[in-house]
Design a protein around this ligand. Sequence first.
Ligand code: DGI
Ligand code: FE
Ligand code: FE
Ligand code: FE
Length: 188
Amino acid sequence: MKKKKANKIVEEKLPKKRYEHSVRVAETAVKMAKIYGGDAEKVELAGLLHDYAKYDELSKLYQMVTKYELDNALLAYNSEILHGPVGACIMKYEFGVEDEEIFLAIHNHTTGREHMTLTEKIIFVADYIEPGRQQPGVDDIRKMIFEEKKLDKAIYEISKRTVLYLIEKDSAIYPKTIDCLNYYNLEK
Ligand code: DGI
Ligand code: FE
Ligand code: FE
Ligand code: FE
């Protein structure tokens, strides 16, 4: 898929604000790719497409988990963790986006995982730090990425903040989220 097509399907599918978020994630990811030696074209596509399934109906997301034989355990957590895996499968099987790194980047953008590829790492972080994001402390992560150039440390910090936030809300934490936290704690 070309950038133009990705932009079009996302603009048509998502509400304006979410579309604009996707464009900013793509732009941030390209900036990061230049610093970290990533593939700018791949991260741009993955950034544009990463939230494609974000507003799909829960019933459709559930059907997709069965159809694409995704981890059934996904169903036991907040529905927020479904749009990555489902979006990745929609791109692969319905739009013919064959690139495995793009698949993984969309798939794991919410939870992260151990041993992420560079493209996955860039999308995971770009999603958190794109200029429209205003979480407390997000500037610390931006500094880690653009000044200190500590990608794995930023991944650990993002995972930590996400886990703290989920615990505060008494939300269940999907194991991949914890695996990511532990793995990048040791890597950082
Ligand atoms: O889709 P975005 O809003 O751009 O961002 P995202 O896909 O990274 O995250 C969406 C939400 O998912 C965010 O509020 C935190 C939540 N989340 C991340 N990991 C887990 C999780 N929710 C649960 N219940 N369990 C998790 O492990
Ligand atoms: Fe998302
Ligand atoms: Fe994220
Ligand atoms: Fe996002």
